[in-house]
Design a protein around this ligand. Structure first.
Ligand code: 3NM
Length: 228
């Protein structure tokens, strides 16, 4: 059932939303080894951290993703880089890995483990959920999401099963319905269109290719933050 706009949001929910600094979502970098196109992934991550990303999600997908011990080793290396720069380290989808290495949080999509199942195992950790419509948004909120990712806003080549680009219409509506929830916009976001999604109500932009494929990560991150 879709939560009506006027229904109260419990105080526990507000406490969690408040505890996540919405400014931290400003430039949310997502990366896995497949996104680095020949560049050393840890170098890409470190340059992104030096450039000022504010959140990082390890999303290891694709045709030949790292698995098992190799994945754990890589995840721990990413995690320690993030710690050095005081940037939250989030694991995409892999609940067991996130718990094993004590990540700062987990991000799940609609086809991943349902939020009700993970909230109990991720107390005091960040849970992000990808949502695409009002119903998914209401479920994420009721399930205790700390932030939501809304997308794809624009055309993306980084997610094989991405839905059709939705523009900012739903993003605007989601912001009106839930003024307090941290929202990050995703999908095809670049320095050229970042302003539009921030103006539509997003607290920040989540990007893969804009940073992975950038020839000047310092400048890209600065522009994604809306600075000159
Ligand atoms: N999730 P890029 S779009 C990981 O719509 C992901 O939920 C999406 O990559 C969603 O910045 C996407 O290169 C890919 O477009 C974002």
């Amino acid at each position: 059932m879709v939560r009506p706009i006027t229904s109260p949001i419990d105080s526990e929910q507000r406490r969690r939303w408040k505890s996540l600094n919405r400014k931290d979502l400003a430039v949310y970098f997502i990366m896995g080894t497949e996104n680095c196109r020949g560049e050393e992934p840890l170098k890409v991550l470190e340059e992104a951290l030096q450039a000022g990303i504010t959140f990082f999600q390890l999303r290891e997908k694709g045709e030949r993703p790292l698995k098992g011990e190799e994945l754990e080793r890589f995840a721990r290396e990413c995690q320690s880089l993030c710690k050095r720069y005081h940037v939250p380290f989030i694991v995409n989808d892999d609940v067991e890995l996130a718990l094993k290495i004590d990540a700062d949080g987990i991000h799940v999509g609609q086809d991943d483990t349902p939020i009700e199942e993970i909230r109990g195992r991720f107390q005091n950790k960040i849970i992000g959920v990808s949502v695409h419509n009002e119903e998914e948004m209401a479920k994420a909120v009721e399930g205790g999401a700390d932030y939501v990712g809304i997308g794809p806003i624009y055309e993306t080549k980084s997610k094989r099963d991405a839905k059709k680009p939705a523009g900012v219409t739903f993003l605007k509506k989601a912001r009106e319905m839930y003024p307090g929830i941290p929202i990050v916009a995703i999908g095809g976001i670049t320095p050229m269109n970042a302003r539009e999604v921030i103006e539509a109500g997003a607290d920040g932009v989540a990007v893969i290719s804009a940073i992975c494929e950038s020839g000047n990560r310092q400048q890209t991150v600065r522009l994604l933050k809306g600075k000159q």
